[in-house]
Write a protein that binds this ligand. Structure first.
Ligand code: ZN
Length: 387
């Protein structure tokens, strides 16, 4: 890549992550002389990827207008394939959602999963009508481990049959668009970073607390994924070697302790020790558990144990990565302050004070469509930036 191309790419990447930027901001960011930067900006405007509303002359004396992505420079389809159903969106190039669909079917094997995903995309195609032609690519957020370079879904322990599936190749064959697939935690981490613009923290570690437990780490806009894309698998960090069996085959992983099954196990133990509770382990759901915490002593004790388990795992994260923010997403987030203060107490016991001094703990800001939206935007960036 030539120097000019590299500069254009850097500027475009900066704007894609933030949604917009001014010329003075880009001068400061690149640290290169103005004429060179402005030449790169004008080249990007000529390609139709960027717009600069209101810019007329060099000396208007007004506040610098924002450079932004051209909304119709391409539409993107994003799919959030979850353990309990699928969410799909079509966004414009800025990332605003134009069309959305949700679907959940009974799934016993890979074929059922594909029927659900295929029907979701066909519904979006029908709703979009003529605008479907503008869709330039499909981004897919996968619930499990992914081979990103080959667009293969390696395995999701919580989805029956979702194993060694050539998801990218299959979607491309069905819908004739380029496809990229990424682990959902990676997409969510990037979205939490983007949702904190214009002043994002230096780094974020995301802990996703759904049925499965996952993690993601982003620093200055760059995700860290490990050399084979398997980094940040905090759900399978062993914190109690004598603990319950995990779906991965090990004992005492974070997921086995604080996932729905782990909480149900703690409830059984509480009952066996003679504790009274309104909860029934045979008819159990995480929302019921969370609703019981304020008034049910056993539920409150279990919530404290869950926070301890999570805190112990995060102590390793804080010690190794020293993030400036930890964001919690997923069902257990509804524990709110119980979760935030419970985890902070454990971190204070286990970590250096210096690593906690500026550490913020926050709940996720994303809504139910943001992972699908994030997958769409990730695909835009893959095609536009070649990464
Ligand atoms: Zn495990």
């Amino acid at each position: 890549m030539s120097r000019r191309e590299e500069l254009r790419r850097r500027i475009l990447k900066y704007i894609l992550l933030r949604g917009k930027a001014t010329r003075p901001e880009l001068l400061e960011y690149t640290g290169i002389r103005a004429a060179t930067v402005f030449e790169a900006i004008d080249a990007l405007k000529t390609t139709g990827l960027l717009v600069e509303p209101g810019r007329r002359s060099k000396r208007t004396g007004r506040k610098a207008p924002d450079l932004a992505v051209h909304p119709t420079a391409g539409y993107w389809l994003g799919i959030d394939f979850r353990t309990g159903g699928s969410v799909g969106v079509i966004t414009d190039a800025v990332g605003d959602v134009l069309f959305r669909e949700e679907l959940s079917c009974a799934r016993k094997n890979l074929n059922d999963c594909r029927l659900e995903i295929g029907e979701l995309v066909r519904r979006l195609r029908r709703t979009a009508g003529k605008e479907w032609e503008l869709v330039s690519g499909i981004g897919f957020a996968d619930p499990g481990v992914v081979d990103m370079s080959r667009a293969v879904s390696r395995k999701a322990v919580n989805v029956p049959g979702w194993e060694n599936a050539a998801t990218g190749e299959w979607l491309e064959g069905e819908f004739h668009r380029p496809v990229g697939i990424w682990p959902e935690t990676m997409i969510k981490t990037r979205m939490e970073y983007m949702l904190r613009m214009p002043d994002p923290p230096e780094s974020i570690f995301l802990l996703s607390l759904e049925d499965g437990v996952g993690g993601g780490f982003i620093r200055r806009g760059e995700l860290f994924v490990g050399s084979s894309g398997c980094g940040m698998e905090i759900g399978h960090l062993v914190i109690d070697p004598a603990g319950p069996m995990c779906k991965c085959g090990n004992r005492g992983c974070v997921e086995a302790l604080v996932g729905a099954e782990g909480i149900r196990g703690k409830l059984r133990e509480a009952l066996a020790s003679g504790m009274a509770t309104v909860l029934d382990p045979e008819n159990f759901s995480v929302p019921d558990f969370i609703a019981a915490v304020p008034s049910d002593k056993a539920a409150r004790i279990i919530a404290d144990q869950v926070c301890r388990n999570i805190g112990e795992a995060l102590a390793a994260v804080v010690t190794l990565l020293n993030p400036s923010m930890i964001v919690f997403s997923g069902e257990l987030c509804k524990l709110n302050e119980v979760l935030l203060s419970g985890v902070r107490r454990v971190l204070e016991l286990h970590c250096f004070a210096g690593a906690l001094q500026d550490l913020k703990l926050e709940l996720a800001r994303s809504d139910q469509y943001d992972t699908a939206r994030g997958a769409a935007l990730r695909m835009r960036d893959k095609l536009w930036l070649g990464e």
